[in-house]
Design a protein around this ligand. Structure first.
Ligand code: PEP
Ligand code: MG
Length: 382
C-alpha cells in the first residue's frame, strides 16, 4: 500500500482503539453490506426494506392494500418469498454482526398507482362509450387511499397497525432467512425495527404481530432469537422514550424525520426551496438536515436519552439518520451518550475517525491538537 493509505489505516486503527461509539452502516443489499464491512462497519444499523418493492414489485404492496382476499394472500406469500432471500443475503454478508431490518416505511402513494393517470384513463374509456368496470373500481379503491399529506399519513408503524399482515409477512421472511442461515451453519444477529413510532402502545401492538410471526416460524424450524427496537423519529417518541423503551429492546434515532417534524420542514423540498435563502442571509448557519440542530432537535434527543436511560439503564441507543455520518454532528452525538452511529457505507471511515476524535476530546485532549496540519500528529500516531 502507498504511504498515504498506510497512514490512514494507522489513523483509523487508532481511532478504533479510542472511540466509545460503535459504527454501523445503513445498507440494504448484500453487496452494500459487504462494502460497509470492508470500510469497518460493525453491523447494519438500518436495512431499509422499501427498495425491495420498487418498480414492478410495487404491486405486491398494492395487492395487499387493495386486492381481494385471494389476491392479498397470494401477494403476502410473494412478499415473504422475495424478502426471505434478500434478508438472508444481508444477514450473511454481515457475518454474524448485528443487522437491523426496518419494517416497511415508505409513504403509501409510493406503492399505489397514480390517481390522476387512472382517473384520466377511466374518463377516456367512458367518453369513448366503452366504460371499463375493473379500471373504475381500481380508480375508486386508489382514491379511497389517497392522502393529502402522505409523509404524515398511513406510513411506518401506522401501516403496521392497520395492516398487521404486512408485519407478519416481513417478520416471517426475516425469521425464515435467519433459520436458513442457521441450517447452513452460518452466524446471524437479527434485529427488527419499527419506524415512525409515536407511542408505547404502538410498539407494544407491533411487538405482538412480530411475536405471532416468531411463533409461526418456531413451530416449523425452532426459535429464532431477535431483538425488536423502535425508531425515535417523531417529537412525541422523543418525549415519551421512557415509556416506549419498556416495549423495545433498543432505540434508534431517525434524525431525518425528527428534523422534518421538529422544524415542520419537508425533508424532500426545503433544501431546494427556501433553505438556500436562509443560508445566504445568515438566518441559518447550516441546514438542519445536514448537521444536528443542537438547540432544537438536539434537545429532543437529550430528553429521549435521559428518559430511556432513566427507565432502562443499559438500553442500546443508536442514530441512523444522515447526521450519524456528519463529522460536525458526531461530537455532539458522542457527548449525548448514544451507543452507536449508523451511516452510509462510504461515511463509515469518517464516522470512525470522528468518533475517535470525540473520545479524545472527552478525555481532555486539547482541541488544538486536531488542528495540526499533519493529521497523524493530531491523534498521536505515525
Ligand atoms: C430517518 O428518518 O432519519 C431515517 C433514518 O429513516 P428514513 O430516512 O428512511 O426515513
Ligand atoms: Mg425516517
Amino acid at each position: 500500500a502507498s504511504p498515504l493509505v498506510a497512514a490512514v489505516a494507522r489513523l483509523l486503527a487508532h481511532a478504533d482503539r479510542t472511540r466509545r461509539l460503535g459504527v454501523r452502516a445503513n445498507a440494504e443489499t448484500a453487496p452494500d453490506v459487504a462494502r460497509a464491512v470492508r470500510f469497518g462497519a460493525e453491523g447494519v444499523g438500518l436495512c431499509r426494506t422499501e427498495h425491495m418493492f420498487l418498480g414492478e414489485r410495487r404491486t405486491y404492496v398494492e395487492r395487499v392494500l387493495l386486492g381481494s382476499d385471494a389476491e392479498r394472500a397470494e401477494a403476502l406469500r410473494g412478499l415473504t418469498r422475495l424478502q426471505r432471500e434478500s434478508f438472508a443475503g444481508v444477514l450473511d454478508a454481515a457475518g454474524g454482526r448485528p443487522v437491523t431490518i426496518r419494517l416497511l416505511d415508505a409513504p403509501l402513494h409510493e406503492f399505489l398507482p397514480d390517481l390522476t393517470e387512472l382517473s384520466v384513463c377511466s374518463a377516456l374509456a367512458r367518453e369513448r362509450g366503452r366504460p371499463d368496470r375493473a379500471l373504475e373500481e381500481r380508480t375508486a379503491a386508489v382514491r379511497r387511499h389517497h392522502e393529502q399529506n402522505p409523509m404524515t399519513g398511513l406510513r411506518g408503524v401506522r401501516l403496521s397497525i392497520v395492516r398487521p399482515e404486512l408485519v407478519v409477512a416481513q417478520a416471517v421472511a426475516a425469521f425464515e432467512a435467519a433459520a436458513d442461515l442457521r441450517e447452513r451453519g452460518r452466524p446471524f444477529d437479527l434485529e427488527l425495527m419499527v419506524p415512525m413510532v409515536s407511542s408505547a402502545e404502538e410498539i407494544a401492538e407491533v411487538a405482538r404481530s412480530v411475536g405471532e410471526a416468531a411463533d409461526q416460524v418456531a413451530a416449523r424450524r425452532g426459535r429464532v432469537p431477535y431483538r425488536l427496537g423502535a425508531m425515535v423519529e417523531t417529537p412525541r417518541a422523543a418525549v415519551t422514550a421512557a415509556r416506549i423503551v419498556t416495549h423495545a429492546d433498543f432505540l434508534s434515532f431517525g434524525t431525518n424525520d425528527l428534523t422534518q417534524l421538529t422544524w415542520g420542514l419537508s425533508r424532500d423540498d426545503a433544501e431546494r426551496s427556501f433553505l438556500p435563502r436562509y443560508l445566504e442571509t445568515g438566518l441559518l448557519r447550516t441546514s438542519p438536515f445536514a448537521s444536528i440542530d443542537e438547540d432544537g432537535v438536539g434537545r429532543l434527543l437529550a430528553v429521549a436519552v435521559d428518559g430511556a436511560r432513566g427507565a432502562r439503564d443499559a438500553v442500546p441507543i443508536g442514530v441512523c439518520g444522515e447526521h450519524a455520518g456528519d463529522p460536525a454532528s458526531i461530537g455532539f452525538l458522542a457527548r449525548l451518550g448514544v451507543d452507536y452511529l449508523s451511516c452510509s457505507p462510504f461515511r463509515v471511515p469518517i464516522a470512525r475517525l470522528e468518533a475517535g476524535r470525540a473520545a479524545l476530546l472527552a478525555e481532555g485532549c486539547p482541541a488544538e491538537r486536531f488542528d495540526a496540519a499533519e493529521p497523524s500528529a493530531a491523534v498521536g500516531v505515525g
